[in-house]
Ligand binder design. Structure first.
Ligand code: XMP
Length: 520
């Protein structure tokens, strides 16, 4: 019998470090399931969670401040291995009687960790000739040792940078093993989850799929499910997964709003309808969208129009599927974390938010969210394992309002058609020239202004497109991609020669901030 992939899990308590999600991703990369929870999770909940190990994250506060985040300290008595990182280590040290003070010198960036004594099981192989390069980010350090612990390492600035109580399986590190700048950090986290916590690595794409299929079947039984397919990675993988579980009980609704990329509607129908045999209803709604958008130039109002109309159409279609009892969505784990974290004020609202206005309260429909526990990398791995085309799974994100926010000002069919062609040439060249996978997001933008040009013997007076390509980890900040001149020259030449209506191409060299990724 297959082992339950949730039978081994790591609990990560979050003290607000910018790296907490990275810890979770590293644990998942070690093929172990983990969940992130707020630092103040109650002891009973912690016990009920049944973790094989607990990781305490870093955080911006100082443990000696009056308002410093505290935990249910009895968790140190649960006989569950604990790894404290940065703030987590300081908290653990204080609990066991150590002293934490503001460091004379803040340590930020690369540092050399110097070993003391025998490294112990967590640190086996972590030092080479007594040294290990690490990434530090702290203003406090442990000054006097907690009881029962021994020092494993120090730096020239901080006397205690790694500690252990091997008998109790309690470990602390001042540095950040979860970031790439700590070269042997991944190895350390692997050792923690596998050796110290005794996990086996059950969380693999194949097993995630098996588990999801079982759960979908249990949840849904013989009932019917509808899903709004957008062509994006998340809804595509959700559709493929649910289809694998319940076949024809799933109906997808694909709303073609006329604001999609070149050939996208047909591609979605081919991939899902023909190759995978999924039931997909295509709603050709281009005219409805374009007529609602007529005369509207304001970006936020355009977003609302597109989002609301999508919801109306989706609702109309779902009413036709009277037997459907479930609404499936491609919600992924970072969405879950973000909405849980919204109360911490982290959410930003520069553009009205992102998932096409959200669906209305379907009082009668139950929610099915089979990707809720997965990070994006895992969604992609699952998608590939399910046989979705590589290009679909690795495609750059595309905003819900589509070309609606890539045509500045009023949206017209003529503009959409011109932009689609320019964008398709751009993306084709990025693939051909080996840039696509190095870029986080690339697209063309239509500028409804005309400029003068010359072609052959004639003067032209045509529109402008701008090309955007950014590199980013989280889409909150982004840098523009440094495209070689010869590639830009070739792409610009092709667009101007091949796309009627364009005689000028510009490359966007703005970072975010202060610019945003999309132009609207
Ligand atoms: P900005 O332009 O805010 O974009 O820097 C950050 C990321 O969000 C995407 N984006 C959207 N996605 N609906 C969406 O589904 C939207 O209205 C929307 N606006 C921006 C954008 O493509 C980028 O990936």
């Amino acid at each position: 019998m297959m082992l339950d992939i949730h039978s081994e899990k790591i609990l990560i308590l979050d003290f607000g470090s910018q790296y907490t999600q990275l810890i979770a991703r590293r644990v998942r990369e070690a093929h172990v399931y983990c969940e992130l929870h707020p630092f103040d999770m109650g002891l009973d909940e912690i016990k009920a969670f049944g973790a094989k190990g607990i990781i305490l994250s870093g955080g911006p506060k100082s443990v000696y401040e009056a308002e410093a985040p505290q935990i249910a300290e009895e968790l140190f008595d649960l006989s569950v291995p604990v790894l404290g990182i940065c703030y987590g280590m300081q908290l653990m040290s204080r609990h066991f009687g150590g002293q934490v003070i503001a460091a004379g010198k803040r340590e930020y960036g690369h540092a050399e960790l110097l070993a003391e004594g025998t490294p112990g099981p967590l640190f086996a192989g972590f030092f080479v000739d007594g040294v290990s390069p690490v990434w530090m980010s702290h203003g406090d350090h442990v000054e006097t040792m907690p009881q029962g612990f021994e020092t494993v390492a120090h730096t020239t600035n901080a006397p205690v940078c790694a500690i252990q109580n091997v008998a109790k399986n309690l470990y602390g590190v001042q540095f950040h093993p979860e970031v790439n700048h700590t070269p042997r950090g991944e190895q350390l986290l692997d050792t923690f989850v596998w050796q110290i916590c005794g996990c086996h690595g059950l969380w693999t794409p194949g097993q995630i799929i098996e588990d999801a299929i079982t759960r979908i079947r249990e949840q849904v039984g013989v009932e019917e499910v509808i899903l709004g397919l957008s062509g994006g990675v998340d809804s595509s993988v959700a559709a493929a997964l649910i289809h694998r579980a319940i076949g024809d009980q799933l109906t997808c609704v694909f709303v073609d709003n006329g604001l999609l990329r070149l050939g996208e509607g047909d591609q979605v129908m081919t991939t899902f309808g023909e190759s995978l045999g999924v039931k997909v209803i295509r709603v050709n709604a281009e005219e409805r969208f374009l007529s609602k958008l007529t005369g509207e130039a304001d970006p936020e109002k355009k977003r609302k129009i597109i989002g609301n109309l999508f919801v109306d159409i989706f609702e109309e279609e779902s009413k036709k599927l009277a037997n459907a009892k479930w609404l499936a969505q491609g919600t992924i784990y970072p969405d879950v974390i973000e909405s849980a974290g919204a109360k911490t004020g982290k959410a930003h609202n520069i553009k009205s938010h992102h998932n096409v206005g959200g669906l209305p309260d379907y009082m009668t429909l139950k929610l099915l969210e089979p990707l809720r526990e997965m990070f994006k990398d895992e969604v992609r791995a699952v998608g590939e394992e399910l046989g979705l085309p590589h290009r679909m799974v690795w495609r750059h994100p595309f905003p819900g309002p589509g070309l609606g926010v890539r045509i500045l000002g009023e949206v017209k069919k003529e503009y959409c058609d011109i932009l689609r062609q320019a964008d398709a040439i751009y993306i084709e060249e990025l693939y051909a020239r080996g840039h696509y996978d190095k870029i986080s997001q690339a697209f063309a933008v239509f500028l409804p202004v005309k400029s003068v040009g010359v072609m052959g013997d004639g003067r032209t007076y045509e529109y402008v497109v701008a090309l955007r390509a950014v590199e980013t980890k989280d889409f909150m900040t982004a840098g523009w991609y440094q495209m070689p001149y010869e590639d830009l020259a070739h792409i610009s030449g092709r667009i101007i020669n091949e796309v009627k209506g364009i005689n000028r191409v510009a490359y966007d060299i703005s970072s975010k901030p202060p610019a945003t990724i999309e132009w609207e």
